[in-house]
Design a protein around this ligand. Sequence first.
Ligand code: CA2
Length: 146
Amino acid sequence: MKILVLHGPNLNLLGTREPELYGRETLADVNAALQVLAGELGMELTTFQSNTEGSLVDAIQDARGVFDGILINPAAYTHTSIAIRDAISAVQLPVVEVHLSNIHAREEFRRHSYVAPIAVGQISGFGVNSYLLGLRAIFSHIKKGL
Ligand code: CA2
């Protein structure tokens, strides 16, 4: 099972600023933890971070026929990007949306996600564990149709 992990804008700064909001782990730490879990589950992961909406759209489009599903933290594009939502709808791959912080407990503008209605589900508020829970969720969704 091959999964594409996408990290949206500013997540390359993880662990370097705002640790009270997003924790002390770096993006490399997150990717390493995901690779360990993927190995345990027998999955193959490709990770990609971009600060550019179009690059994320390209990565989603290119995933068709290559990956079985997408784990995505669209970051701020969660709340703004119809382009990312349309790309996900177009590729027809299962997508799980994750967030480090609980977006529903923050500012009003973070409560709306353009991705959530077309995702298998959303996991939000568990720090790095959101990604690990998300990986388990997409694994069982694809494997067992759950
Ligand atoms: O909680 C999440 O995972 C978010 O997707 C993070 C986004 C935010 O815009 C979403 O509303 C919720 C922000 C990512 C920025 O990450 C930084 C990490 C360290 C320092 C500064 C920004």
